[in-house]
Write a protein that binds this ligand. Sequence first.
Ligand SMILES: [Zn+2]
Length: 191
Amino acid sequence: MRVVKQSVDEDESRSSLRIERGSCFGVRVCPFEVRPYTLRAMSGSDYMAMLEVAKAEARKGLAEGGIPIGAAIFDQSGKLIGAGHNRRVQNGDPSLHGETDAFRNAGRQRSYRNLIMVTTLAPCWYCSGLVRQFGFGTLIVGEGRNFQGGMDWLRSLGVKVIDLDSDECASMLSDYIRANPEIWHEDIGKG
Ligand SMILES: [Zn+2]
């Protein structure tokens, strides 16, 4: 009997759910009302502010004796999801690029389509593959002068790629490369 009653209740609840959903059309009280898209469009200054977080990560890496490349992941409202920096030297780990460090620190995400990957340097093939694999919708790049990486490839796949061409990002890394050419060449697989 109990089983039957539960089944009836479920049917009733499913039925009322259908009615409420149906009433969404033109009725304001519907609990399933689709909320209007309240987020304003991201502007160049928003992207610059996001880049500041990635730059701070790059500086942290430099202070630790590492390669100054940082990254950060944000959602569409500008909330920081994760940040990180290249730790090849610090951790002796060649897989920890700025992007992968930020990606790991962000933890599990249901979807990456609406997330923004921000990195001080154009992503290498390895990190471009990460952006592609997980379907990041937007990539913000600090500079692509020291390294072009996979920016054009990602653009061709429909990823929104914005190169902010930051002098500070470019000089921070070029100074490092000049002083540590062997570590840089090791990092990009040209050692
Ligand atoms: Zn990389």
